[in-house]
Design a protein. Structure first.
Length: 125
C-alpha cells in the first residue's frame, strides 16, 4: 500500500515537472530590458536627416494574380538599403485582364504624377 502511494506521488511529481518544462518551452521569454532601443545621439541625427530626404516613388508588384500599382515613401535606412516608410495601393489590375498593358501603363503614369505632387507638397512644408 505504501509502495503504491509512493509510486503515485512520484508519477504526480514527474507529470508536474513535465508540465513546467513544456510551459517554459512554449512561452516566449520576456525581454530583460524595456521595450525599444534608444539610439545614440549621432545615429538619431543621421536617421532624422535620412527621414528628411524621404521621397515618394511609384512602384508595382503582383499578388495572387493581381498587379498592384503602389505609391511608396522611402529613404535610405541606417544599413544603406532602402527603407519603406509608407506604402499606398494606387490601382489594381487583374493579370487576366485583356487590357492589362494599357491599364498598367496609364496607372503607372498617374502614380508617377501623384508622387511628383506629393513630393512637391512635402517640400513646400
Amino acid at each position: 500500500m505504501i509502495g503504491a502511494l509512493a509510486w503515485l506521488l512520484l508519477l504526480v511529481a514527474v507529470l508536474a515537472a513535465l508540465v513546467v518544462v513544456v510551459a517554459r518551452a512554449t512561452t516566449p521569454a520576456l525581454p530583460s530590458v524595456r521595450r525599444g532601443v534608444r539610439l545614440p545621439a549621432r545615429q538619431r541625427a543621421e536617421m532624422a536627416r535620412s527621414l528628411e530626404t524621404a521621397r515618394w516613388a511609384a512602384a508595382h508588384d503582383e499578388q495572387d494574380g493581381v498587379t498592384r500599382v503602389l505609391l511608396r515613401r522611402s529613404c535610405t535606412g541606417p544599413d544603406g538599403w532602402p527603407l519603406v516608410l509608407e506604402e499606398r495601393v494606387f490601382a489594381t489590375i487583374t493579370a487576366s485582364d485583356p487590357d492589362w498593358e494599357p491599364r498598367f501603363t496609364e496607372a503607372m503614369a498617374q502614380a508617377r504624377f501623384r508622387c511628383d505632387y506629393l513630393n512637391t507638397e512635402e517640400a513646400a512644408g
